[in-house]
Design a protein around this ligand. Structure first.
Ligand code: GLU
Length: 265
């Protein structure tokens, strides 16, 4: 009797082990598997960044270059570009949201950096930007050299721009806001002499209000990548395939020109 019980117990242990093992290697554990099981891609995007991801409060639609890349991914993976759920991220919240599993990937004006590579994996570069300055028309600040002692620059928390500006203009005071619309509102309210981030983001702000202009050219390289949970090489490959396909078919150039108003170089 005792033997039989022991035998049964070991069988239960073996079966549990098999379940755990097969569970671990099931499709659910890869981003691609999870997307296919649920039938939609959950993408972290900006809601406040014109040209990349901007929510229209009247319609609720979020539009921009990053959104169109997200739709193309849904089309590639699920055969239908509408099978996406967008979730708002900011520069500060995007990595934690990816790591928590709240989103499958980040397509949100995100620069590939060595530091970030310790936390997430990146696709190949899909957009090339560079950091610049936005000022009120007629401002005495015309380049980074003018950011002397006594000046204040606005930047966004969690962005490379906030880190870079401290290094490139150590005398200026940096005021960090939660997101880009708050930063632009602060600039308009006179809370800073300039706003700093990527040229392409500032271009969107200049379009929103032409009283504000880009000055001084770019002073960093900001290659954008799509961020994926660390270690998911299968999904990195899928996203890289997508970027390549978009470029090969000319779709990438069309989208670029549609949003940026010029052809990519
Ligand atoms: N590309 C820069 C970054 O990744 C600035 C834009 C942003 O804050 O998303 O930090």
């Amino acid at each position: 009797m005792k033997h039989r019980l022991r035998w049964h117990l070991s069988l239960v242990v073996v079966m549990a082990a098999v379940l755990v093992f097969t569970g671990c290697s099931s499709k659910e554990d890869t981003t691609l598997g999870a997307i296919k099981n649920r039938g939609k891609v959950i993408v972290g995007v900006k809601y406040d960044t014109k040209l990349f991801g901007l929510k229209d409060p009247a319609t609720g639609d979020v539009e921009g270059f990053d959104i169109d890349i997200a739709k193309a991914l849904a089309k590639k993976v699920l055969g239908d570009e509408t099978k996406i759920e967008l979730k708002e991220v900011t520069s500060k919240t995007r990595i934690p949201l990816l790591q928590n599993g709240d989103i499958d990937l980040i397509i949100a004006t995100m620069t590939i950096t060595e530091e970030r590579k310790e936390q997430v994996d990146f696709s190949d570069v899909y957009f090339k930007a560079g950091q610049s300055l936005l000022v009120k028309k007629g401002s005495t600040i015309q380049s980074i050299a003018d950011l002397a002692k006594g000046t204040t620059v606005l930047a966004v928390k969690g962005s490379t721009s906030a880190t870079n500006i401290r290094e490139k203009a150590p005398e200026t005071e940096v005021l960090e806001l939660e997101n880009y619309q708050d930063a632009f509102t602060a600039l308009k309210a006179g809370k800073g002499d300039a706003l700093t981030t990527d040229n392409a983001i500032l271009l969107g702000m200049q379009q929103q209000d032409p009283n504000y202009v880009l000055v001084g050219g770019t002073f960093t390289d900001e290659p954008y990548g799509i961020a994926i949970r660390k270690g998911d090489t299968e999904f990195v490959t899928t996203v890289n395939e997508l970027v390549k396909e978009l470029k090969d078919t000319g779709e990438y150039d069309n989208l670029y020109e549609q949003w940026m108003g010029v052809k990519p170089d």
